[in-house]
Design a protein around this ligand. Sequence first.
Ligand code: SF4
Length: 461
Amino acid sequence: MCGIAGYVGSGDAIATIVSLLLELQHRGQESAGIAVASMKMGEIYSLIGKGLVIEALNDSGLSKLYDVGRVFGGIGHVRYTTSGGYMDSQAQPVVIRDGAYTVALAFNGTIANYLQLAKEFGVREFGGDTSVLAKVLLRLARELDNDVVEALKVLPSYVVGGYSIAVLTSEPRLVVARDPHGFRPLAISLSDGGLLVSSETSALDAFGAVGWREVLPGEVISYDGHSIEFTKSPISAPISPCIFEYVYFSRPDSIFNGVSVYMARVRMGEELARVAPADGDVVIPVPDSGRAAAIGFSRASGAPLEEGIVVNKYVGRGFIAPPAIRETISKLKYGFVKSSIDGKRVILVDDSIVRGTTVKSIVSKLRSSGAREVHVRIASPPYRYPCFMGIDIASRAELLAWRAASIRDIAKSIEADSVGYNTVDGLLKSVGLPLICHACFTGLYPFKGLSVDDLEKMFIR
Ligand code: SF4
């Protein structure tokens, strides 16, 4: 999972892209970057750095970008590593050149077969899937008369994985695309004679962009500052947007595939109360991603909702933190409101349990804050299979629900009085889309003939 942004128009491209990236910060906190094309043909300038947008794109770096003169537009990225390692986390946009032709690329997703692609195209694999994707795309564009649109149209026939992508070329033009499965979100807005691009609609709303729409699965959109071209890849694939975007990733004020993320989460909580009821005095959400489900659980069960946990937003999202600091984050991140907890039977509602690091620490702190009982209720089903389309789960061995023999085992391991999960049917009903990826809960990957074993062998992070 990462966030991508783009802008071409008469406004301040650098400020616009940075604003959009700030609104997408929840999608990646390891690095951030921006690339802009100057009005002089062939010149793309970039600024990348580690950390949050505010750290990576600081004033002194940005002022150098402003020095390049009149800018056509640009793209930006916030990164959460799913390939290529954490220590050498490769910030995007990646800029690559072939003679006078230059492209900058920012993408959200994972290319599961990048090692195979590196061999097939004879490119170096250093830096994980991003650099391989950029080199493959440039090679395809070169073979197709330097046409990135045509390259993006044929790209799905080479790739196993998921991607939403923004490409800035030295022509200059901005091209965006979503893979034919439509795993990851991407939206555009054509306003004030310009094109705005964002991973999530909430960033466009916050920016005040009018009339946005989501990029369709397989769609390729190209804008050269004068005319806009909408085309589609001829390669078809089962439509399978990521259900985990509704469970955890996306902001609740975003719309994905026409469905409100917030409303989907509230319905998950209502379903959860029906399929996994709990006797308790108070419903307490794990902030922030468990909050909407807790509202639904409270409404459906009649148990009162209380804010018992305060989140320290400045330490980042635990799920998308590098493994080395994930445990520290889960300890530092939460404060506990004793008056909401002391002497109560707490129903703790969270969006998911992946590795179990966070929830175990929360259960323990609820007990030390005086909870008499802690019943954990999870708005999604047990997360049992890794993702190869944009989430950093390397293997089944990392997953608590895969390792545990039963739900009772999970309760024991996180030291809760009971644990209850939503069902796959309940989750599907809450989102309400007929076609959707739920492979991390069911093991049913939308790639013909590829099982979890095949994908695990193919993809080395
Ligand atoms: S496997 Fe899970 S996280 Fe990955 S794309 Fe499918 S639903 Fe999303």
